[in-house]
Ligand binder design. Structure first.
Ligand SMILES: [Zn+2]
Length: 360
């Protein structure tokens, strides 16, 4: 990749990535600046979670995804449809209608079965003005949130389907905005409705997800940056890669993770490092999640008039730079202040979690 960036005249891989993303380096700098400021808040969450689970020196890696509380909500596909049409339709009626259509017209392959791929996925079929969604729905709220996420991609496709064929491709940093926005709508509503152990479970799940896209993605970004730099001087052996990974995890997770139980082999099992045409394919997850959270914060402030701005933003993503598209929604992503506003919303949820687990 270093060689390719050089031969193509970009100078370095980061410059090439920014060009592919139609994005300014200042925007990424602003994002990481705000993230660095917010890290201690995430460390406080992790340290408290460690204490609740009985660990003294921070959380061991394998407990990062341990759940707290208890969520017993069950859904069948009809229940999921009704729930999502109500919630997402209350935000934007055309979103609710599209969700209803996706269920009625069988766009979604819901259930796991032998031989089916795991995870979830959405493909826009702009020429047909439809999308197709794959999920592995198991009937819990988490599964409903996953459907909401994938239908966010479908809605993004729905809004750009009338562009000319060559203007229907959005870049990595904005690809996860509509999906994360839907997740935020569903989870925040669910958390607000829940009580006791149910509320704790949902809140903790949400913070787990945010910690993944903030702390883990930040560690991966630092790792990639260091690897591209060191690779200029020679081949990197596994021992050195493990060392860099452990160092960047310590930086990102701070005292929240037990330094004796990190995951130095994360570079092996994440496919994001191995795409031959994409580099730095990790930061878009932090970007997408925080952009969606920031847009949601604006919606909270502005109410209904914001909805059309949101649609115009999504429509612009395939024909503008990242900065221009965000400006349509009244947001300046080159400034740290926007990202800080977004992270303040997460910090509010961390405070709520700390309050709920005070006696642990
Ligand atoms: Zn997605």
């Amino acid at each position: 990749m270093n060689l390719m960036a050089e031969l193509r005249g970009y100078g370095d891989v980061m410059t090439m990535t920014m060009a592919q993303c139609r994005m300014q380096p200042e925007t990424l700098k602003a994002l990481w600046g705000a993230v660095e400021d917010a890290l201690p808040k995430f460390h406080a969450y992790l340290c408290r979670k460690a204490r609740v689970l009985g660990y003294e020196k921070g959380l061991p890696w394998y407990e990062l995804c341990a759940g707290l509380g208890e969520s017993g909500q069950r859904f069948d596909t009809e229940g999921a449809r009704a729930y999502l049409v109500e919630l997402l339709g209350a935000f934007a009626p055309d979103l609710g209608e599209m969700v209803d259509r996706a269920f009625r017209e069988h766009w979604i392959d819901f259930y796991p079965r032998p031989g089916k791929s795991g995870g979830a996925f959405c493909r826009n079929l702009s020429n047909q003005k439809q999308s197709r969604v794959l999920t592995n729905f198991e009937g819990n709220l988490d599964g409903v949130v996953t459907i909401a996420h994938e239908l966010g991609h479908a809605y993004h496709g729905h809004l750009i389907q009338d562009h000319r064929p060559l203007n229907r491709t959005y870049t990595m940093p904005v690809a996860e905005t509509a999906s994360n926005f839907n997740e935020t709508l569903v989870m925040n509503a669910a958390i607000a409705r829940a009580r006791g152990q149910e509320k704790l479970a949902l809140l903790e799940q949400r913070l787990q997800d945010y910690t993944q896209v903030i702390c883990d993605i930040y560690s991966r970004f630092l790792f990639e940056r260091e690897v591209f730099e060191e690779r200029k001087g020679g081949f990197l052996f596994p021992e050195r890669l493990c060392q860099i990974m452990a160092e960047t995890q310590k930086t990102a997770y701070g005292p929240g993770l037990d330094p004796a139980c990190l995951h130095p082999y994360m570079w092996v099992n994440k496919v994001h490092y191995y795409y031959t045409t994409l580099s730095f394919y990790n930061f878009p997850y932090a970007f997408g999640a925080l952009l969606a959270t920031g847009l949601y914060a604006r919606y909270q402030k502005e109410g209904a008039p914001f909805v059309e701005k949101y649609r115009t933003f999504l429509r612009s993503t395939t024909v503008s730079t990242v900065e221009e598209a965000a400006a349509v929604a009244g947001i300046d992503v080159t400034q740290k202040a926007f990202w800080a506003e977004s992270l303040a919303m997460v910090a509010g949820q961390i405070d709520e979690f700390l309050l709920m687990t005070e006696d642990a």
